[in-house]
Design a protein around this ligand. Structure first.
Ligand SMILES: [Zn+2]
Length: 207
């Protein structure tokens, strides 16, 4: 796993160079005499403040950045890059009261680890005959062929593509996430809720 904290602080060329390995798990280095291809499969975590001063979240009263600076800061994470980021989550600032109220709530890491292991085992079992192990490896021919969910389940994706808010690449990525959400819930196949949730994870709007 690779984590880029404060991702917009990186040079845009560096960030955009991640697009190829994110897409196909390989990196190509071209020089005048020759080119070489290396394996580069990794999980990428990008973290970003909503603005350079980091205070525009929540009410944003203390933010000293202009609207233009805020837009250009987050804009360094280009559309084509974010199109390759499956899970996009805005994390709002919380008050002390909210933090204290949430302490000790929810699943423990150990409980979640069991659920993840079960989901990975379900994927490996379903994909064994195809020589694959995880939903992340599913190509378009399977997602739109043998593993295509019922039409009623994928309808939100078709509407999103018609609206122009989802690319063909994004469509495949949402389907892979929907399969994983179904596996986490112990379902054999994605339902409408899984597709809606997977789509929600791609709707990041910076604070
Ligand atoms: Zn700011």
């Amino acid at each position: 796993m690779q984590c880029l904290a404060e991702a917009p602080e990186f040079d845009r060329g560096v960030i955009d160079a991640l697009r190829q390995p994110l897409e196909n798990g390989r990196v190509t280095i071209d020089r005048s005499a020759a080119s070489a291809v290396y394996p580069a499969r990794f999980q990428l975590v990008l973290a970003a403040n909503p603005c350079p001063c980091g205070k525009s979240g929540g009410r944003g009263a203390d933010c000293t950045c202009t609207p233009r600076v805020r837009r250009s800061y987050f804009g360094k994470l280009s559309g084509p890059l974010l199109d390759r980021v499956d899970l996009q989550i805005a994390v709002p600032t919380v008050s002390y009261g909210e933090l204290a109220a949430g302490a000790g709530q929810g699943e423990t890491t150990a409980e979640i680890a069991v659920r993840v292991a079960r989901a990975r085992a379900a994927q490996a079992e379903r994909l064994r005959g195809l020589g694959l192990r995880t939903n992340a490896e599913l190509g378009g021919s399977l997602l739109h062929g043998a593993l295509r969910p019922p039409r009623a389940v994928t309808a939100p994706l078709e509407r999103a593509m018609d609206r122009g808010s989802l690319t063909a690449r994004g469509h495949q990525r949402v389907l892979r996430v929907a399969w994983t959400l179904a596996d986490l819930e112990g379902r054999g196949v994605p339902v409408l809720d899984d597709v809606d949730t997977a789509l929600y994870f791609r709707s990041l709007v910076p604070a």
